[in-house]
Design a protein around this ligand. Structure first.
Ligand code: ADP
Ligand code: ZN
Length: 222
């Protein structure tokens, strides 16, 4: 299975990607996680990406594509993978089609209202040590401000500040939303209601994934 998770920031891509990965065994590849790792390592990619990410903009297509190209060449991706947060532009969609022409088999989009998005992002807290994600209301840690998994101090992501959230949403509507039409034309697009608790959303997703697969190449010859 090659799955692309589309959807606005705060639509729950990461949480759903993890749940799908646990259920299917396919690795979840998050370009946001790969970029944040590069920033932590302070390597050339990270140094280029840090300011752009903080402002809510998109990192250069070529840079992100190179991260994805390397990652999906790894043996654990042979049978399939779950792309979370890539492609995010038409140029990236073209790039992944060139790297892996038969793919994607399914593109899953989560429909979520703007209020839900802002609530999810502004309440999100992450553990910088182990990467665990919490939410002050929806998924609170056992002890406020402390990671359940490793007892690290939880922080807010730099780009979850209110002003940056608005910019990320603007960029999403401008650069990423146009991908919906592209994948609808290919017959690989599936939309799921993303409102509600993670378990509810996941059971809707599981229903879609258990349903008929779009046939390969549908719509391409038209
Ligand atoms: P979210 O979907 O909640 O915005 P991500 O972790 O997917 O969070 O992405 C965080 C940031 O990383 C983005 O705002 C952007 O700056 C950068 N980024 C992630 N994926 C891409 C991508 N495919 N292309 C360009 N920039 C990306
Ligand atoms: Zn932790």
């Amino acid at each position: 299975m090659r799955l692309i998770l589309l959807g606005a920031p705060g639509s729950g891509k990461g949480t759903m990607g993890e749940m799908i990965s646990r259920a299917t065994g396919f690795p979840r590849i998050s370009t946001g996680d790969l970029l944040r790792k590069a920033v932590r390592e302070d390597n050339p990619v990270g140094r280029k990406a840090e300011a752009v990410m903080k402002s809510g903009g998109l990192v250069e297509d070529a840079t992100v594509t190179e991260l994805v190209r390397e990652r999906i060449a790894a043996p654990d991706c042979l049978g399939g993978y779950i792309l979370d947060g890539y492609p995010r532009t038409i140029a990236q969609a073209e790039a992944i089609e060139a790297i892996d022409p038969a793919r994607p088999e399914i593109v899953l989009d989560r429909a979520v209202g703007e209020e839900t998005i802002v609530g999810r992002l502004s309440g999100r807290r992450i553990c910088p040590s182990c990467g665990a994600v919490f939410h002050v209301v929806n998924m609170p840690p056992k002890v406020a401000g402390v990671c359940d998994a490793c007892e690290g101090d939880l922080v807010q992501r730099a780009d979850d500040a209110a002003a940056t959230i608005r910019e990320r949403l603007r960029v999403y509507h401008e650069a990423t939303a146009p991908l919906q039409a592209r994948y609808r034309n290919k017959g690989t697009y599936r939309s799921v209601d993303g409102e509600g608790f993670p378990e509810e959303v996941y059971s809707r997703i599981a229903g879609v994934l258990a349903g008929p697969r779009p046939s390969a190449g549908k719509g391409r010859s038209a």
